[in-house]
Write a protein that binds this ligand. Structure first.
Ligand code: OFO
Length: 174
C-alpha cells in the first residue's frame, strides 16, 4: 500500500509528465509552422513518450490500489524565439523533471517504500538519457549555427536522431 505522501508525490509526477507531453506537442507545432519537419517529427514522438511516462505512473498507482488523478491540461508555451531557444527550453524542462524524480526517490527512501523506489529507477535512467540527448542537440545546433543552410542541416540532423530512435524502438518491440 502506498503512503499518503507517496500517493501525493506520484500524482504530482503524473501532472508533470502530462504537462511535458503538452509542452513537446506545442514545440512540435511551432516547428511544423517554421517548416522544420524533422524537428517536428522528433518532438511529436517525444510528446507521445511523455504521455507514456504519465500512463506508466497511472498504472503503477492503480495496480497498487491507489487513486491516480488525471491532470488538467494547462496551456503550454506556444512561441519560441528560434530553434535554439526551443531546445534550450526543452533541456531546462528535462532538468526540472529530473530534480522532481530525484526528490520522489528520496521520499521513497525516507518512507522505506522499496517497491516504488525500484519502479522509479526506470525514470532515473530515462531522465539521464533525455538530458544527454538535449544537451547534445544544443551543442550541435551551436556548432552548425542557424544562419544560411544551418537550419536545414539542423533539421536533417534531428530527423536522423528521430529515425534512429524509432528504429531502435521497433527492434526492441520485435
Ligand atoms: Fe518523462 O521523460 Fe523527460 O520529462
Amino acid at each position: 500500500m502506498l503512503s499518503k505522501n507517496i500517493q501525493k508525490a506520484l500524482n504530482e509526477q503524473i501532472a508533470m509528465e502530462g504537462a511535458a507531453s503538452q509542452k513537446y506537442l506545442a514545440m512540435a507545432c511551432w516547428c511544423d509552422d517554421a517548416a522544420l519537419s524533422g524537428c517536428a517529427e522528433f518532438l511529436y514522438a517525444h510528446s507521445e513518450e511523455e504521455r507514456m511516462h504519465m500512463l506508466k505512473l497511472v498504472r503503477y498507482m492503480s495496480e497498487s490500489g491507489a487513486k491516480p488523478i488525471t491532470p488538467a491540461i494547462a496551456q503550454p508555451q506556444l512561441v519560441y524565439n528560434n530553434i535554439l531557444d526551443l531546445f534550450e527550453t526543452a533541456y531546462q524542462n528535462e532538468l526540472k523533471v529530473s530534480r522532481a524524480i530525484n526528490d520522489l526517490v528520496e521520499l521513497c527512501v525516507q518512507e522505506k517504500d522499496k517497491q516504488t523506489e525500484n519502479f522509479l529507477q526506470w525514470y532515473v535512467t530515462e531522465q539521464h538519457e533525455e538530458e544527454t540527448l538535449y544537451r547534445g542537440l544544443i551543442d550541435r545546433i551551436k556548432l552548425i549555427g542557424t544562419e544560411g543552410r544551418g537550419l536545414y542541416f539542423i533539421d536533417k540532423e534531428v530527423e536522423a536522431i528521430w529515425q534512429e530512435k524509432e528504429k531502435a524502438e521497433a527492434d526492441t518491440a520485435a
